[in-house]
Design a protein around this ligand. Structure first.
Ligand code: PBG
Length: 322
């Protein structure tokens, strides 16, 4: 029965009515905050392209995480900035590496907070690529060993979930078998399954000091126009043993979240990446956009498209508003 019998505005008349019929909600436990841990003590190094975000030494990270636990966030995802880098990314799988040390401190000082680690090599290689360089490109199979070793050392140090973000073929299987052989069959894998070679990672590379020193990541991260290929990536990661899937970036790829939600029944994550965060912050600082509303609208849109949870630099601010 069309207008005038049907009037869509009836249910929009007041906030209590709107709240009653709201289809998508956002809760603190559906957000994961990315954090950058660096060496030494008492260090808080602001990231200029990501206002409010900083590299932190372990002592300050622990304080931050106490606050995060109190806010009820879903957890954190840790990125490490090592004291030194080399060709072999050895800081990534060193049992005494920066992330491993941070994990041990957090497990001890902030029990109950879900600790996810990003498993990748780009923060640890002198050339900034995500794997071993052979003949000017990242060699797939030799890189798997580094990734599996990193994931295992994270699990040993206290990671609750490992999240490979390198986009090598076969990394989920390599990590699963390494973890299982070593008694960590209970540790889940959150796969950055559909990760695109995106310009929106720009600010992160300042934060993580991981800009490739030559070339780019297009021979391993996905080509942005490809949606069917993203479904294949996700399918393959599930076959290899991924427990959860991620789409990254989030807002420019909402179509893929919606498709993945219909196809796969595993928990689905989305990463609202550094560039998405920085664009909102920059526009807000110019007075061009309302920061709080842009933050909440973007997060709810990502949830509406199909994400169960969102990795976002807004996690704390959004949780405070909820
Ligand atoms: C590591 C990694 C990156 C991001 C998450 N893990 C950078 C990249 O692939 O270049 C990006 C996160 C962000 O932009 O917020 N490979």
């Amino acid at each position: 029965m069309p207008f005038p019998v049907t009037r869509m505005r009836r249910l929009r008349a007041s906030e209590p009515l709107r709240r009653l019929v709201r289809e998508t909600r956002l809760a603190p436990e559906q957000m994961i905050l990315p954090l950058f841990v660096c060496p030494d003590e008492g260090v808080r190094k602001e990231i200029s392209s990501m206002p409010g975000q900083a590299q932190m030494s372990i002592d300050l990270l622990v304080k931050e995480c106490l606050e995060i636990r109190a806010l009820g966030l879903g957890g954190i995802i840790l990125f490490g900035i090592p004291a030194s880098k080399d060709e072999m990314a050895s800081g990534g799988y060193d049992d005494n590496g920066i992330v491993q040390q941070a994990l041990r401190a957090l497990k001890r000082e902030v029990p109950g907070l879900v600790l996810i680690t990003d498993v990748c090599n780009c923060e640890y290689t002198s050339h900034g690529h995500c794997g071993k360089i052979v003949d000017g490109d990242v060699a797939n199979d030799p890189t798997l060993e580094w990734l599996a070793k990193s994931a295992l050392s994270h699990a040993k140090a206290g990671a609750d979930i490992v999240a490979p973000s390198d986009m090598m073929d076969g990394r989920v299987a390599a990590i699963r078998s390494k973890l299982d052989q070593s008694g960590f069959e209970r540790i889940p894998i959150l796969s950055y399954a559909a990760k695109f070679a995106s310009c929106f990672y720009g600010p992160f590379r300042e934060a993580a000091e991981s800009t490739p020193q030559f070339g780019d990541r297009r021979s391993y991260q996905m080509d942005p126009p490809n949606a069917r290929e993203a479904m294949r990536e996700m399918e393959l990661d599930l076959e290899e043993g991924a427990d959860m899937l991620m789409v990254k970036p989030a807002m420019p790829y909402l179509d893929l979240l919606a498709k993945a939600r219909e196809r796969f029944d595993v928990p689905l994550a989305a990463y609202q990446v550094s560039g998405e965060f920085s664009m909102i912050m920059a526009a807000a600082r110019n007075g061009w956009i309302d920061q709080e509303r842009a933050m909440m609208e973007s997060l709810i849109a990502i949830r509406r498209a199909g994400a169960d949870f969102v990795l976002t630099y807004f996690a704390k601010e959004a949780a405070r508003l909820l």
